[in-house]
Write a protein that binds this ligand. Structure first.
Ligand SMILES: [Zn+2]
Length: 338
């Protein structure tokens, strides 16, 4: 008799054929499909996790190929959104699972809808602000959150199990000021560490889906260049605003047009509140009379003497080459939110 594609996992005794069935019923949301997220998505798809939601706001760029598995030069040429490029590549490897690609920026308006119908949320993010927001949303809805982060040659990983373990804010403390800590845009990052952290994240996700006794309850810190891996205990802070007091200030902080600087891109992203009234076709038609417009199946670019922007069907825009968030807001108000 021919053996199935999951044979080597089914004869691995902590999983077995029962465990394999559980993995196939598992629902996982991966937020951020860069180096970490693409690697985790690939491993969970190989393992046969039945449903994967892949969320990312960015387009595949040439500088991503140095570390982000799955993507190709053709994706860069076609300017494919990362979520969609990852979905297409993974679907070729495993057509038996369901993969949803979501091209979106995770923010206070939409985060809850992305995480409340899955078993586990996996962190593939590149910025702390969104992680802190996600930490609040996962605590509020009691969703298990597999945190992972990398910078330079180092990384960290921890399972955040609401009601059971400390949370991200217990581990990292209050959100540090922007610019006061290293990021991949300032000190770089190498692919071996992203793969190490992604491997821990994928293994922990599989164990959580199986309710395994081997789920790690410590934080893990590692470095691929200095060659170490350390496991350490984190104390739950009873005064923690998130897991101690259940105060969700970021989740409840909703600006009218949520503005974020895109680190390393000389650009600002503006996300309007999704009230269902945004008419993408009408806005693109109006832009056609005011400058150079290029529309593909995922987004529209617009350029004239004053503005250089990229507009997505959900109303989100990336305003390029502006000195400040205020300037970006002005362009957004004039050309999109009019
Ligand atoms: Zn906490």
């Amino acid at each position: 008799m021919a053996v199935g594609r999951y044979h080597r996992q089914e004869i691995f005794y902590p999983i077995g054929s029962e465990g394999q069935k559980k993995l196939q019923q598992g629902r996982v949301c991966i937020i951020g499909i860069g180096a970490l997220g693409a690697s985790v998505a690939n491993m969970l798809a190989q393992a046969g996790v039945g449903y994967l939601r892949l969320i990312d706001r960015d387009i595949v760029e040439l500088t991503n190929l140095q570390r982000q598995a799955l993507f190709t030069e053709a994706d860069v040429e076609q300017q494919l959104p990362k979520a969609e490029a990852a979905r297409e590549h993974i679907a070729q490897m495993n057509s038996e699972i369901e993969i949803e690609a979501v091209i979106a920026d995770v923010n206070p308006y939409n985060v809850e809808k992305f995480i409340t119908d899955v078993d586990i949320v996996v962190d593939g993010l590149d910025n702390l602000e969104t992680r802190y927001l996600l930490n609040e949303a996962c605590d509020k809805h009691k969703i298990r959150y597999v945190y992972g982060g990398v910078v330079g040659s180092g990384g960290m990983m921890m399972n955040i199990l609401p009601g059971e373990t400390p949370c991200l804010e217990c581990l990292l403390g209050p959100l540090p000021e922007e610019g006061s800590y290293d990021t991949c845009d300032t000190v770089g990052v190498i692919s071996p560490i992203t793969n190490i952290v992604a491997s821990y994240e994928a293994a922990e996700t599989m164990k959580l889906l199986l309710d395994s006794e081997s789920v790690c309850r410590q934080a893990i810190s590692m470095d691929a260049w200095d060659s170490y891996t350390e496991f350490f205990d984190v104390d739950k802070d009873p005064e923690c605003p998130v897991c101690g007091k259940h105060q969700y200030t970021r989740l409840e902080h909703r600006q009218k047009n949520y503005t974020a600087s895109l680190c390393g891109h000389d650009a600002y992203q503006i996300t309007p509140e999704d009230d269902g009234t945004f008419d993408y076709d009408a806005v693109v038609t109006a832009l056609e009379g005011e400058g150079e417009v290029k529309r593909n199946r995922f987004f529209t670019t617009f350029k004239n003497d004053e503005a250089d922007l990229k507009l997505f069907p959900d109303g989100r825009a990336i305003i390029n080459s502006v000195p400040s968030g205020d300037e970006a807001q002005k362009i957004f108000a004039k050309y999109i939110d009019r």
